[in-house]
Ligand binder design. Structure first.
Ligand SMILES: [Zn+2]
Ligand SMILES: [Zn+2]
Length: 307
């Protein structure tokens, strides 16, 4: 089952010729999730040739223009297809006001239901396959990070073991695979864990922007296969970063290292750095956490199942 992450924009504050404003998309088993929606999001979606008009959920970190100015266009263009399911948008308290005002003033034609929910810290989506949770960040406005995590999958069914225990092939095998105990014709009870291997972990992706450094972020993103994280400034700008409540690339790397993530992709770069100067952000980060890449617009990641 696929779990793909697409970076749609990597710029903070203002869009640049090669860097649209911050946004990322996750595509998992036919569902689409959008994280933030800066200016240019649609352009990246178009260039990636993604069929994106049935986004299931949108997660907004905070109400700064560089994270929400692409939203009206996305909502409007999503009406070009028919859909039955509503679109749910999660974010800070004033998000609903922003969405409602845009719909009203722009006279948007929208042929589907939009639900806006406040992303309170904690689990915001919980179904059979995955959870999405929000956790608090420290910015100049209420801001949250997001974690999308698959639930554990059942272990592998050991056919040989089942045969040894004289469990006849058929419905009893299915029961054991679903975690149920079964009783054999001779009265013996076989527990599911006698024939099922260890549970297999799912995949985890975390999205963190904009924030001052907080040690709690590493806990929230712990064990992520991929962390998309703001790395707005070089290490020498740490004071400015703290004042403006943003992260340096070194701080992003510290979070990745402490949270034992598998890979870090930096994003939300300050426009003070030209494209070729971004290598300094990468250098700073890699001194602390080797598996760091410079996130670039339209870069994609395929998170494989581990076993
Ligand atoms: Zn920002
Ligand atoms: Zn901001």
């Amino acid at each position: 089952m696929n779990f793909e992450v697409f970076i749609l924009g990597t710029s903070g504050m203002m869009p640049l010729p090669n860097r649209h404003l911050t946004s990322a998309m996750v595509r998992r088993d036919g569902e689409l999730f959008l994280f933030d929606c800066g200016e240019g999001t649609q352009v990246s979606l178009k260039r990636l040739n993604l069929k994106w008009k049935k986004i299931d959920s949108i997660f907004i970190s905070h109400m700064h223009a560089d994270h929400v100015t692409g939203l009206p266009g996305i909502l409007m263009l999503s009406s070009q297809v028919d859909r039955d399911d509503p679109l749910t948008i999660y974010g800070p308290p004033r998000l609903k006001e922003y969405v409602d005002a845009n719909r009203r003033i722009l006279d948007m034609y929208i042929n589907y239901e939009i639900i806006v929910r406040v992303a309170e810290p904690g689990i915001i989506i919980d179904n059979d396959e995955y959870t999405v949770s929000a956790f608090p960040l420290l910015h100049t406005k209420p801001c949250v990070g997001y974690v999308m995590e698959e639930k554990e999958r059942a272990g592998v069914f050991n056919v040989e073991r089942a045969k040894e225990l004289n469990v006849p092939m058929g419905p009893l095998w299915g029961k054991l695979q679903r975690g149920e105990a079964v009783r054999l014709p001779d009265g013996t009870v076989i527990e599911s864990d006698q024939v099922m291997g260890q549970k297999r972990s799912g995949r985890k992706m975390s999205y963190v922007t904009d924030t001052a450094y907080l040690p709690t972020i590493a806990e929230a993103v712990n064990g992520s296969d991929l962390l998309l994280c703001e790395g707005m400034f070089t290490a020498d700008m740490e004071e400015t970063a703290a004042e403006k409540r943003h992260l340096t690339a070194s701080q992003a790397a510290t979070i990745a290292r402490d949270g034992q993530v598998a890979q870090l992709a930096l994003m939300h770069y300050s426009p003070r750095y030209s494209d070729w100067e971004l290598k300094y952000l990468l250098r700073d980060a890699q001194e602390i956490f080797g598996p760091t890449v410079l996130g670039r617009d339209r870069m994609s990641f395929d998170l494989p199942l581990k076993d």
